[in-house]
Design a protein around this ligand. Structure first.
Ligand SMILES: O=C(O)c1cc(=O)[nH]c(=O)n1[C@@H]1O[C@H](COP(=O)(O)O)[C@@H](O)[C@H]1O
Length: 286
């Protein structure tokens, strides 16, 4: 008799956590200038203390944190060791962790990325991972299978918030769709097929709040239960008041990602800044 226990899916955990704490996703982006503002050194130890500061401010106030892996990689092995500790601390506090590592490769290799971030027992085990589908959504089958088995999630980049993304992402595929709309449709279909019984699925999309989704051929009304990770608010210019206009019927399943705007409140102001932004997002959705 198998003793394997089916884990609670990421989507179910996300729905529960956002229901309790709102839909703000607090970025952990230790830019050098932010470390200075937090009076921390630009070292692995500085990153560790910064990460712990964000975790303690977010615990009980937000559902999700999103460490930006690049800043930890700057410090090599010690930086990654700091990241391991920050991820573990966040999860121990009940926060969901989206590792923003933006991984992608041919299927046989991306599988190893999946194992690094989503396998039970891995030192960097997170609740979800950002991934890139430049090699085709099908190349992500390995991490998708693993995520489903371990109750983890994936956010696939579709329409990113940076202006340079227009050239590759608005390009037309052979089927007449833009690359961004094609990726979105494939991920939405995969999510619907694997998580049909769940109101919120575990495979979502990154859709920048600075992007005109209709102009790029993306209609969020067709998203079903696919969650959306939405960077671009605050420092990149998008405004919370536009949340409903930007994401329409899917606005309730949008994670409002905010890094520099929140983090610049400093270690003493961050908890209040998170609470304020959570209220503001809720008001925009009401
Ligand atoms: O995947 C992401 O989170 C992401 C996708 C995207 O299209 N744009 C984008 O800014 N991001 C990330 O979201 C964060 C945005 O930071 P702020 O602009 O400071 O809120 C950074 O960690 C980016 O790497």
């Amino acid at each position: 008799m198998s003793t394997e226990v089916t884990p609670v899916s990421f989507g179910a955990r996300l729905a529960r956590a956002t229901g309790a704490h709102g839909t703000v996703c607090v970025g952990i982006d230790p830019h050098a200038w932010l470390l200075e503002r937090w009076e921390l050194p630009d070292t692995a130890e500085g990153l560790r203390r910064f990460g712990f500061g964000v975790v303690s401010a977010a615990a009980g106030r937000a559902a999700v944190v999103k460490p930006q892996v690049a800043f930890f990689e700057r410090h090599g092995a010690l930086g990654l060791a700091a990241l391991e500790e920050v991820i573990a601390a966040a999860r121990a506090e009940g926060l969901l962790v989206i590792a923003d590592a933006k991984r992608g490769d041919v299927g046989s290799t991306v599988e190893a990325y999946g194992e690094a971030w989503l396998r039970d027992g891995s030192p960097l085990r997170s609740d979800a991972l950002t991934v890139v589908a430049y090699q085709g959504v099908g190349s992500l089958a390995g991490p998708m299978d693993l995520a489903q088995r371990t109750g983890a999630g994936l956010f696939v980049l579709a329409a990113t918030s940076n202006p340079e993304s227009a050239v590759p992402q608005r390009a037309l595929r052979a089927d007449g769709r833009t690359v961004a709309a094609g990726v979105a449709a494939e991920v939405v279909a995969e999510n619907a097929a694997r998580f049909a019984d769940e109101p919120l699925g575990s495979f979502g999309l990154v859709l920048g709040a600075t992007v005109d989704l209709a102009a790029i051929g993306i209609d969020t009304a067709s998203f079903g239960g696919a969650p959306i990770l939405a960077p671009g608010f605050g420092h990149q210019g998008a405004r919370l008041q536009d949340l409903r206009r930007l994401y329409g019927a899917a606005s309730g399943q949008v994670l409002v990602s905010s890094s520099r705007e929140l983090l610049s409140a400093g270690p003493d102001g961050l908890a209040d800044a998170i609470a304020r932004q959570t209220e503001e997002v809720a008001a925009c959705l009401a």
